[in-house]
Structures are given as C-alpha cells and as structure tokens.
Design a protein around this ligand. Sequence first.
Ligand SMILES: [Mn+2]
Length: 324
Amino acid sequence: MALEDAKNQVDTAFTRAEARGLAYENAFGGAPSFLRRRYSKDLVGVDLAITGVPFDQAVTNRPGTRFGPRAIREAATLQAFDAPYGWGYDPLSEMQIVDYGDLAFDYAHTASFPDRVTNHIATILGAGAGVITLGGDHFITQPILRAMADRHGPVALIHFDAHSDTWADDDMSRIDHGTFLYKALKLGYVAPETTVSVGIRTDNPDTCGVHILDAPFVHQAGVAETVNRIKQVVGERPCYISFDIDCLDPAFAPGTGTPVWGGLASWQAAALLRGLAGINMVGGDVVEVSPPYDPTGATAIAGAHVATELVALYGWTRRRGAAG
Ligand SMILES: [Mn+2]
C-alpha cells in the first residue's frame, strides 16, 4: 500500500530499486530528486534523463535562476505519488526515467560554459536517452539546441515566453539570455519557418521570421486554436519545447528575472501542453525559475508542473513510435 510505503521509505532518490513506477515517500522529507526519480549517471536502458543547469550569469535584470533546478526538484516531490493528471497513462511507469543531476561547470569561466552544456546534453543523447533540462536562465537553451541539432538536424521549436529572445546580436561570444533564439536561428540549430513563439507580450519588431502567437492571441483565440496553430508550424518534425516560466503571468510565476503582465494563466499552459500530445517531441526545458523572488514557491511549483507535462509529452511521443 502506498501509505505504508510512505511511512517506511525515505531517500528513494537513491534507495529505489526500480527506475519505473510512482514514488511513495513523505513529501516533506528525504533527498529531493525530480519526481523522486533515482539519481544516476548510468544511462544504460534509460529512456529519459532529467538534468539541471543551475546558471544565471546571462540575465539582463534579476539573477537567481541558479537556484531553479533545486527548487523545481523540491516542488516536484508533491507530484511523485500520482500519474500526471489528464493523460490517461503513466509515463513514470512506462519509461525508465532518472534524475541525471546537475551540470558541473566553473562559474568563473563563462567562456567555456556553452560547450560544457552542449557536451552534457550530447552525452545524454549519445547514450540513447531523451533529456529534459531544468534551468537556469534562457541562455542555456542555445547550447542545448546545438546538441539537439547535431543529433537530429535542425529541430522545430515551440518557444513559450513573454519575450521574443530574438534581439539582434552577432557577437557569438556574448552570453545573453535575451538572444538565445536569434543566435540559434543564425547558427542553424532551428529554422524560422518551423519555430513558433507563444505568449509574447513585449515589443520587438525583428521577429527573425518566427511565427508569433502572442499572449493576446492566446487569450482571444483560445487554447484549442492555439494548439492547432502550433501543430501547423511544427508538423511531424523532430520538435523541441523551451518553456520560459515568464510566459506565465506574474500572478502565477512572480519568481523570474523579467516578469511582464498580461501573460498566460497556469490553466492555459496546462491545457496547451496537454493539447500538444501527438507532436514528435525530442526534448525540452523549463527555464527562468528564480526562487529568490518568490517566497511562496508558486513559481517553482509551476516549473515542476511544466516539467512533468514535458515528461508526459515525451512519453506520448515514444508511445506512438515517432521519436526522431
Ligand atoms: Mn526567454
């Protein structure tokens, strides 16, 4: 029985015998891992690895996302008892999922950081596992997409954000969370015709040709039509999802570096992500969770839910045998 297990099990992050299955452990105790998955650097037989990139040195305003992965893991302990709601299957039981821990890097050597991220992700992909990354500021998506493109070719991109992140910057040595998409496009990791940005509500006339479904569009057209438009853009292509938590309204996710009003409600994000079932997802991230700006913890809870939906979406892709 789950209750008995919860009374008698602790630290399942490293004591659980089986990578599959739900986890029963007191939510308030034990070593937190993402959804109480086992911490492991062994990727043999692993379907999906969760990893953290605790980096916040590319922000334009408030730092703090270096604490994001740890906070998301802690928030996720509340969800480890049950299958994700509304999916009709349990990705935690169908897939071997491990928490691969965080990327190690020299915080004082930012020039070497992008390659370290790319190599970290490439190691996971090279072992045959999928990967979902907990950020970290949005710069990290640029070197992640490099690893994705190296493996899959240019990937379709679904980009949830308040900001376009296409600010022009042709100095490739600069590390900036506001230019990850500009540079990913210029470097050929993604293509504008197969990239869609959702939830935008800051002005940037230079879209780089990316499809934009801005926040007013989502509010006025509704979730179902937004899902249709996203699916039209990405089609059956190998697809990466990057979810900047500031896509959500500050009412739902105040703990982020550059909050903007008029954003998505958490129910809209949940319905959008669930609605995307059927895409050919090869990976994803949730970035920009900055716990120091949110004493309630709501932002990390939202980040944990987004990450869990990404797990469910990835599992759905594998179920239909379409993983690229
Ligand atoms: Mn962003």
